[in-house]
Design a protein around this ligand. Structure first.
Ligand code: SAH
Length: 218
């Protein structure tokens, strides 16, 4: 069973996403176990402070190193060989082939979600991979962590209904986007499903699908 731990100031953000549909099913099937580590629990002093102003000046607050180090230590206690992933726009861009590699690897993951203007850079010494979900800035690492977790967990054995569905979909070869798909009815307000898909001719259907798959331009 894959163990996924998330270090965050906002564990409640994950409840809906991880307890719905496929992510819920994956837990029921014991393909994955999620646990939240609340960074606030490792805050300093009576106010459980987790952030402070940046040295050198500048706007906003940064996550302090001590609570982050303590939270990672706690998560490592539960899973000593887990890989530590830091959500950051500076990281490697996440993609389908990485989701597959991470799903196949026999190890757990600890996600660190930044907040505010980010985190004290010394946290990087604890991190195995820095990961970005794209060239834009979000208010925290929670949405990136959810995105990445979803992309990994749906590839764990038995989670998707048809084992094949993950193999023919977009980006599974790194660059091809899935062909257009249709379901019933075959005629909706005069918009018709292409005849070939109703023909039952599997060779022709395969040809049409190949011709209508797109190359991703990235
Ligand atoms: N000041 C930083 C942005 C901070 S955003 C900068 O200019 O780069 C706050 C946190 O949100 C980050 O520390 C990171 O954990 C998360 N985050 C924001 N955008 C992200 C992205 N594209 N990919 C991954 N994490 C991101």
């Amino acid at each position: 069973m894959k163990k996924i731990q998330v270090i965050t100031l906002f564990p409640e953000m994950f409840e809906g996403v991880l307890n719905t549909s496929m992510m819920w099913k994956a837990q029921q099937q014991k393909a994955v176990e999620f646990s939240m580590v609340n960074l606030r629990d490792f805050g300093i002093g009576p106010r459980q402070q987790v952030d402070d102003t940046p040295y050198g000046g500048g706007d906003g607050m940064l996550l302090k190193p001590e609570p982050l180090f303590a939270a990672v230590a706690k998560a490592k206690e539960a899973d000593p060989t887990a890989k530590v992933l830091l959500m950051t726009p500076r990281g490697q861009r996440w993609k389908q082939s990485l989701a597959k590699t991470y799903a196949d690897a026999d190890q757990g993951y600890i996600f660190i979600c930044g907040r505010y203007e980010g985190y004290d850079e010394r946290i990087v010494s604890l991190v195995d991979e820095q990961v970005s979900v794209g060239d834009y800035v979000l208010t925290g690492g929670e949405l990136p962590a959810m995105t990445i977790i979803d992309s990994i967990v749906r590839l764990l054995p038995g989670v998707l209904g048809g084992e094949m569905s993950a193999e023919i979909e977009s980006f599974s070869d790194g660059e091809t986007l899935e062909f257009p798909q249709y379901t019933k009815p075959s005629d909706f307000n005069g918009m018709k499903v292409p005849d070939v898909l109703l023909s039952g001719n599997h060779a022709e259907i395969a040809k049409w699908r190949a011709a209508n798959s797109l190359k991703a331009d990235k």
